[in-house]
Design a protein. Sequence first.
Length: 363
Amino acid sequence: METTEEVQLHRTGNHKDQNSNKTRKLERYTRWIRIGFYALFLVCGQSAATLLGRLYYDKGGNSKWMATLVQSAGFPILLPLLCFFTQPTKSSPKQPNFPTFAFICFAFGVLLIGDNLMYSYGLLYLPVSTYSLLCATQLAFNALFSFFLNAQKLSPYILNSLVLLTVSASLLALNSDSDATTHSSKGKYIIGFVCTLGASAAYSLYLCLLQVCFEKVFKGETFSTVLDMQIYPSFVASCGCVVGLFGSGEWRGLGDEMRGYGEGRVSYVMTLVWTAVAWQVSSIGLLGLIFEVSSLFSNVISTLALPVVPILAVMFFHDKMNGMKAMALVLALWGFVSYVYHNYLHESKAKATQQSATDINAV
């Protein structure tokens, strides 16, 4: 029979366990709220930036290097966050030496230049709806690069996603005659098609390499290190775009481009400014998801803009949504759901394993 002191200790222990469970639930709910906001920033920012980029071309803009520059030039918006989150803590990952860090930033910056430039060509030569659907192939590239660089297993759901996204892209290739006759020549359509696929591959490679850097070089993630890997490569990319803008001679036509812009000079400047801002809003969402979950998960969430952009493109830019493109949209969405379901099963299994280990330790 238990004594009064034992009963009191038992009740106290139960009370502490209840408080601990409530705290864990509150932290879990708070974390998912943050993830929801980051996902909203990423999807809205990416959708707005894509539509504004198309508006720039439709109203008279023609500089590929300027369209590329605005994708990275808004990075100073993130500097206040960098100043706020630079306080070192005991859990801060070890920083690499300066030459290593500088090389990593330079390499990522060069990769961003190529990626953004290919996106600019794709957006110039393709309808927005086709461009957005092709961008969904980054999930397929993400799965392949994750297999080789991040040791991710190719489950049946990922393989299903790869097949569906490949078929979706193939349907868009077969649809080239319809889109080319209404938007650009067939040759330019092919260039835009190939550039968008290349940009999707480069973006997936960028995120997978970013994950490798956090695991192998930084030995962990804090929000300040995630910001570093966004700001400094963006600075390198912006400098490279400025060199490209002047080296290509496109800067000479910017004055005429501004004067001939369909909505006026002020609208020309504001289109570029808000495009840069939208890309940085998207970056904040991307950084938050990388910090809260992983860079691979952020790539999945970025494709949530998939059904949004084509619908808005039909409304605002009068893109055609024929049967072939609608089928490609359905297959891409199916591939996206398959990929997300794989991540759901993987996370559920990891939680179950962690819970089992906790129960064993408790015994």
